[in-house]
Ligand binder design. Structure first.
Ligand SMILES: *Cc1c(COP(=O)(O)O)cnc(C)c1O
Length: 413
């Protein structure tokens, strides 16, 4: 069955919860063992003291290690990306930082695509450096051949341990070729040093892009965005094969940054409507992109649906291979600068002026002075983060109402 058919029931047995149709919130810190022998057995498995027997299931011990709301959520989240397993966190940043701390060691290099989410960038530049982990960025629009050339020029091949990618890039929608990155990662892997490919799939997942199928080892999510989808919860997730998720979950146990049962329950509720929400958001985005594209006060619309085979064959090819939708994130350059952008943002009524994205309500913001305000002027120019750029996260409202809102706001610019 398809994931959307399974989101209401998968992994939950009503008979274990007094017949409750819905998975209850297991608001408990600890779990009662049936016997001392059972408790001993659970701990042997939890600490890896012995292998699991064929029919044995890992039992519940303590909510920092496992909890039904997290386990069922993790099983359901795994379905969309066809991952072996998943680990959920109390924020996207805790998912990202745990992956980096687990797979990187002092002396290693992490190579990342630029522009990166601000929190991730700060963690790489100000926290990982304290542990002797070095980093270099490549431009999201570079081809795999150029990324390889860059690694050679910088002489970091031997120390390269992780390629970390955000695609499409925020806020410009530049695409990174994941299969190309896999080839680069393999080239610098040796029998005793694997180069991991980790992908932040927050912008397109888990519906429209499945990085594991394109060679990624790890997917990270801010579940605060499309997965949560209602702007009412902060959460994160990591997905991959059994081996990598086991490592991530072990570090999570000791950092103690797992999601709580209430977050798990909220996200399970969100997953039931994930597909209908995202489908509608993408449809609305297409309508809005076309409207903006024909507006005299708009210079350029950055929308993946406008990629053209003739003008941009490389990105078009990556788009066709890697994505099943143009998504619901649009950015566009107004005619003018910051003054005109602010005038527009201040005049919107239905779309709310706020950062974050992927939610049921449409959200607009000004990357240059908000989400990307600490990007250097040179890099802003390089990535096209201009003073006239506005980012629009399209929600589930009626698209004609959104367009009417945009129309009245543009009229005031
Ligand atoms: C929001 C976001 C994050 C951080 O997630 P939090 O849930 O806020 O910790 C990471 N990456 C991307 C692309 C994001 O949009």
């Amino acid at each position: 069955m398809r994931p959307e058919s399974l989101m209401m029931s998968y992994g939950y047995k009503p008979e274990l919860s007094e017949g409750a149709l819905k998975c209850p919130i297991f608001q408990t810190s600890t779990f009662v063992f049936k016997s001392a022998e059972e408790g001993k057995g659970f701990f042997e498995l939890a600490y890896g003291l012995r292998e699991k027997e064929a029919t044995e299931e890992m039992g519940l011990i303590y909510s920092r290690l496992n909890n039904p709301d997290l386990e069922i959520l993790e099983n359901r989240l795994s379905l969309w990306d066809e991952a072996d397993d998943c680990a959920v966190f109390e924020s996207g940043m805790s998912a990202i930082s745990t992956v980096m701390l687990e797979f990187l060691e002092p002396g290693d290099y992490i190579l990342y695509s630029n522009p990166l989410y601000g929190g991730t960038y700060h963690f790489v530049k100000n926290v990982l450096t304290k542990y002797g982990i070095k980093s270099l960025g490549f431009h999201a629009f570079e081809s795999p051949e150029n990324i390889e050339k860059y690694i050679e020029e910088q002489g970091i091949g031997e120390k390269l341990k992780m390629i970390y990618v955000e695609t499409p890039a925020n806020p410009t929608n530049a695409l990174v070729d994941l299969e190309g990155c896999r080839r680069v990662a393999d080239k610098y892997s040796t029998p005793d040093k694997k180069v991991y490919l980790a992908v932040d799939n927050t912008y397109m997942g888990p519906l429209w892009q499945h990085p594991l199928k394109h060679g990624a080892d790890l997917i990270v999510y801010s579940a605060t965005k499309y997965i949560g989808g209602h702007s009412d919860v902060i959460a994160g997730a990591v997905l991959g094969n059994m081996e990598v998720i086991k490592r991530v979950k072990t570090l999570r146990t000791f950092l103690g940054n797992m999601a709580g049962p209430w977050t798990g329950w909220l996200l399970m509720r969100s997953l039931e409507t994930l597909k209908v929400r995202m489908d509608q958001q993408a449809k609305n985005a297409e309508q809005i992109a076309h409207y903006l594209n024909n507006h005299p006060k708009v210079n350029k619309v950055h929308y993946l649906g406008f990629l053209s085979e003739k003008e941009d064959p490389r990105n078009y090819e990556v788009f066709k291979r890697q994505l099943s939708s143009a998504g619901a994130m649009i950015s566009f350059d107004l005619v003018g600068g910051e003054k005109e952008s602010f005038r527009f943002l201040n005049a919107l009524k239905l779309a709310k002026l706020a950062v974050s994205l992927g939610s049921t309500e449409s959200l607009v913001e000004h990357p240059s002075s908000m989400t990307h305000s600490d990007v250097s002027p040179e890099d802003k120019a390089l990535y096209g983060i201009t003073d006239s750029l506005v980012r629009f996260s399209v929600g589930v409202e009626h698209y004609e109402d959104l367009i009417a809102d945009i129309e009245q706001a543009l009229a005031l610019v």
